[in-house]
Design a binder for this molecule. Structure first.
Ligand SMILES: Cc1cc2nc3c(=O)[nH]c(=O)nc-3n(C[C@H](O)[C@H](O)[C@H](O)COP(=O)(O)OP(=O)(O)OC[C@H]3O[C@@H](n4cnc5c(N)ncnc54)[C@H](O)[C@@H]3O)c2cc1C
Ligand code: SF4
Ligand code: SF4
Length: 503
């Protein structure tokens, strides 16, 4: 019958390592890895052992016969990944399987010095780096975060209705109490301690500080009241301490979300959800109360390009179309968009069953149940309004249109924030590095979104951390860090404690 991977897969490849017959692909050493929306089980070779389902940190794997109705499509999606791989040689039975080289190979030198390492950031990238250090070296680790709660975007970004994805935080949290780890929460590098002070106290410092700033649209009206970055909205519903509980006002009828990525889908889903379905999740209580009195009747997802090029992943769109009761509508303004939906073999085909409507954008949304409208091939040119957002001027393939709108949410990506003392490339919003080594700063490393930019789900940070910690281990083995060059009496953590205590 075979097992199947489903929507919440975050590509961390934990299942690959436990599958006895190598039937989960792409593996981290295959070229497709990191380019597919998720991993897939090959039903032709799966032996139904269930090891992958036990190992998956986000409960994404089901035996095909147990798939809940909205997830049934994943049995076919898993099989389809292998449809054009007919000629790939498949071993006839597990006993005859020829094992490929071990995934996650690493040669650890036997004379590696015991290191004192600081990891700054407790999101996925920081935690995969910590895991790698603890499992492969005898390093002592000080784990630092500016917030009083660990977790990074798993805690404050992932949507509250994605409970099983948030569960990956539990597998990260098991390292918080590891005997070689000391946590320093509520300590911001650049404010409470400087980059130079950390460098002087540790053999190596790994920065995993993420990309917490919303990209700007660069159009007039962007800073009007009622125009919000996605960061504010997701932080608001996740109870982030930087964002006040009243940061989002839902006395609006139409909300336009600029962008079609997974974050845009998250926001559209939460703003149109039946609040009762969010009760009991990790949603901030004030946000839930606000959703209960919300006036929002319509959320528009505005995509610059066509439906085949939408940034959301297939599993996230399927999640929206199959799980939610909310009314979905495709704006029928552009014949080319409709043709793409009708004929595409790609992502656009997922919108084929959705109701089409020629919308009069000078009007308020209709009365009735809440709805999400997809509008493609439309670029925002100006956010309109005097003291408050009242609309959005949009250019499109077939002319221009002014859309009446009460709120605009900009969900067009994220960029890193400079940390004083670390180099920063303003164009990419990242710290310049080579395989994780920060240029011109021996002993300083980066990992995660601050290293690669804001793309890739949680699991992508695992291979990213392997590269960075691999570089750190190489440097330690070569003697360029940790052999006394930066050592002082006492451990890094006690020297940091003394410094912070003095402040
Ligand atoms: C809204 C949103 C929803 C997402 N949902 C999903 C999902 O459902 N599934 C999925 O697979 N992926 C999801 N992702 C992607 C995933 O969250 C990222 O791949 C991942 O969080 C990046 O990890 P990171 O460790 O680089 O950054 P982060 O998770 O942002 O962690 C950075 C950490 O560094 C800390 N920090 C920052 N600056 C400092 C400083 N100066 N001093 C000390 N500490 C500092 C921060 O407080 C934070 O804890 C989502 C992303 C976003 C933005
Ligand atoms: S989340 Fe990880 S373990 Fe679970 S299915 Fe995806 S790659 Fe496999
Ligand atoms: S059930 Fe067993 S054989 Fe099938 S994919 Fe999972 S680990 Fe591999």
């Amino acid at each position: 019958m075979a097992f199947a991977i489903t929507q919440t897969c975050c590509n961390d490849a934990t299942c690959v390592a436990v599958c006895p017959v190598n039937c989960i692909h792409p593996t981290p050493d295959e070229p497709d890895f990191g380019t597919t929306d998720m991993l897939y089980v090959d039903p032709r070779t799966c032996i139904d052992c269930g090891a992958c389902a036990d190992a998956c940190p986000v409960d994404a794997i089901y035996e095909a016969k147990d798939l809940p109705d909205p997830l049934r499509v994943y049995a076919d999606l898993n099989a389809e990944y292998y449809a054009d791989k007919e000629n790939v040689e498949i071993s006839p039975a597990p006993n005859f399987h020829v094992w490929a080289p071990t995934v996650f190979t690493r040669v650890i030198p036997s004379d590696l010095p015991s290191l004192d390492v600081a990891v700054v950031g407790t999101g996925p990238a920081g935690m995969y780096a910590v895991e790698d250090l603890l499992l492969h070296t005898s390093a002592r680790v000080t784990l630092i975060d500016r917030l009083p709660t660990a977790g990074g975007l798993v805690r404050y970004g992932v949507a509250p209705d994605h409970g099983s994805t948030k569960r990956i935080g539990e597998s990260f949290a098991r390292f918080h109490t590891h005997p070689r780890v000391r946590m320093r929460l509520g300590v911001e590098v650049g404010r409470d301690v400087t980059v130079a002070e950390l460098a002087a106290r540790y053999d190596a410092v790994v920065y995993a500080v993420g990309a917490s700033e919303a990209r700007r649209l660069g159009i007039a009206g962007e800073d009007l009241p009622g125009s919000l970055p996605a960061t504010t909205v997701v932080s608001w519903y996740n109870g982030h301490p930087d964002v006040p509980p009243n940061a989002v006002d839902l006395s609006a009828e139409r909300v336009v979300v600029v962008g079609t990525g997974n974050v845009a889908l998250d926001i559209a889903r939460i703003l149109t959800a039946d609040p009762d379905t969010l009760d009991g999740t990790s949603i901030a209580p004030e946000a839930l109360a606000c959703l209960r009195s919300s006036k929002v009747r319509e959320v528009v997802l505005l995509g610059r390009r066509g439906p085949d090029d939408a940034a959301y992943t297939t599993p996230e769109l399927l999640g929206l179309t199959r799980w939610t009761d909310v009314d979905l509508v495709l704006d029928a303004h552009d014949p080319a968009v409709l043709a793409a939906v009708d004929t595409s073999a790609g992502k656009a085909a997922l919108l084929r069953g959705i109701r089409r409507e020629a919308i009069d954008w000078s009007e308020s949304p209709p009365d009735g149940p809440k709805r999400i409208v997809f509008r493609f091939a439309s670029a925002p040119a100006e956010i309109l309004g005097d003291a408050q957002v009242s609309g959005l001027w949009v250019t499109r393939n077939v002319g221009e249109v002014a859309m009446k709108a009460d709120r605009v949410i900009r969900a067009v990506g994220f960029r890193g924030k400079p940390v004083p003392g670390l180099p920063f490339d303003d164009a990419s919003g990242t710290v310049p590095n080579s395989g994780g080594r920060v240029a011109g700063m021996p002993g300083t490393y980066v990992v995660g979104w601050i290293k690669r930019g804001s793309s890739g789900g949680i699991g992508a940070n695992r291979t990213c951390a392997e590269e960075t910690i691999g570089a750190l281990i190489e440097d330690a083995a070569a003697g360029s860090i940790g052999r006394g060059t930066l050592r002082r009496p006492g451990s890094g953590r006690s020297r940091l404690a003394a410094l912070l205590g003095n402040r």
